[in-house]
Design a protein around this ligand. Structure first.
Ligand SMILES: Cc1cc2nc3c(=O)[nH]c(=O)nc-3n(C[C@H](O)[C@H](O)[C@H](O)COP(=O)(O)OP(=O)(O)OC[C@H]3O[C@@H](n4cnc5c(N)ncnc54)[C@H](O)[C@@H]3O)c2cc1C
Length: 357
């Protein structure tokens, strides 16, 4: 890290910039923060190491959001869906593109923020493009809207790196006629199991719990329970994966320690995500509790480092049980923008009384 007095050289003047606020992340809340800043006359740039809405881009094709459209719309721009249903991945990516265009936001994609360096009058943000080009941006403040799902969890068992193991569902058609072991027992695992079975895969679920997880969404759970009861999907409850071989997975029955092999062609890990706190750590921001949540002032979203703000799901670090999601993170954008112009913090939002999403 450069010292505060060192002024970094600009290796690529054409691409380097000076902007009031750099927002790391172009997910829903990073974009919403840019809108709220623009409304208060503050210019910003969003930098994302992936495409616009990278987390949503990685949803399987035609996945539906669990939250209703009114809860995930941003910046006051309505999100309409053709049949008044929950938005699909594709609906939402198109919506994000329209919102960015509507507000003419500066968004740079496939550019990774590698370091945020404090300097005399703010920060220098060091980035690298997908092509390997280093860039620098000088700024007064940085909003880290980096999400909480940077890394997919691993089992840490032998064979996990085999090519038959995936950690995102992708296109279910790929699995037609194949034996697939889905590892996990929450929403993503449940949804993937049903979609894979419909796409013509022979599906087995391995889950440590003794039954389906109680927090599986109320519209997914009965369908999966019915598929299991009818023998359309096989559930190996109370098991854990010990090893993954070329055509079989060794499972342990947790109750008695017995082991058996499950024949498989593919393994799909749906065991959750972990946050990447490295940018916060490098800056000296305090990460607290088992989630390594980011310590911040909840009225301004400023972290323990002045000028560094946190927004969106990044606030909560690695979420075992999701407590911060889009609908209760919209207010982060407004709090940050208000704080930057010295306005009092906005009142806490009253969320609409709708069935839990
Ligand atoms: C299958 C599935 C269904 C979901 N359904 C819902 C739902 O119904 N409702 C809901 O509220 N949430 C849902 N979620 C979670 C949802 O995706 C998040 O709530 C939402 O994306 C959070 O928005 P965000 O802007 O805070 O972070 P993210 O969308 O995670 O955006 C963070 C961005 O930061 C970028 N980034 C990270 N580090 C860097 C770096 N160093 N440099 C540059 N860029 C970086 C990432 O590429 C990413 O684009 C679901 C998630 C999954 C996987």
């Amino acid at each position: 890290m450069a010292s505060q007095s060192e002024s970094p050289t600009l290796p690529d003047p054409q691409a380097d910039a000076t902007v009031q606020v750099v927002i790391v992340g172009a997910g829903p809340i990073g974009i919403e923060t840019a809108i709220e800043l623009q409304r208060r006359g503050i210019d910003s740039i969003n930098i994302d190491r992936g495409p616009l809405g990278a987390q949503i881009f990685d949803f399987p094709p035609l996945s539906r959001w669990f939250s209703g459209p009114e809860r995930i719309s941003i910046g006051g721009v309505p999100l309409e869906t053709v049949a008044q249903e929950k938005a699909t991945r594709e609906d939402y990516l198109a919506y994000l593109r329209s919102v960015v265009r509507q507000f003419d936001l500066a968004v740079r994609t496939f550019e990774s923020v590698e370091e945020v360096v404090p300097v005399d009058d703010g920060f220098v943000v060091r980035t690298r493009t997908a092509g390997g080009l280093p860039r620098l941006i000088q700024t007064k403040s940085v909003v880290l809207a980096v999400g909480g799902t940077a890394k997919t969890r691993r089992l840490d068992v032998p064979g996990e790196d085999r090519s038959i193991v995936a950690d995102t569902l992708g296109e279910p058609h790929r699995y037609f006629g194949r034996r697939v072991l889905v590892v996990g027992g929450k929403n993503s695992a449940a949804d993937s199991a049903i979609r894979l079975w419909r796409a013509g895969a022979a599906v087995t679920i391995s889950y440590r719990g003794d039954d389906l997880h109680p927090r599986i969404k109320y519209w997914i759970r009965p369908e999966l329970a019915s598929c299991i009861r009818s023998g359309l999907i096989t559930a190996r409850f109370g098991t854990r994966v010990l090893a993954i071989g070329p055509n079989a997975v060794t499972l342990e029955q947790l109750a008695d320690g017995s082991q058996f092999d499950e024949l498989v062609d593919d393994v799909l890990l749906q065991i959750g995500f972990e946050a990447d706190g490295s940018l916060f750590e490098a800056l000296g921001c305090e990460l607290v509790g088992p989630n390594r949540a980011v310590l911040h002032d909840s009225s301004t979203m400023e972290t323990s480092i002045p000028g560094i703000y946190v927004a969106g799901t990044a606030v909560n670090g690695t979420q075992g049980r999701y407590e911060v999601y889009i609908e209760n993170a919209h207010v982060h954008a407004v709090r940050i923008a208000a704080a930057m112009i010295g306005d009092p913090p906005p009142p806490d939002p009253v969320l609409p009384e709708l069935p839990e999403a």
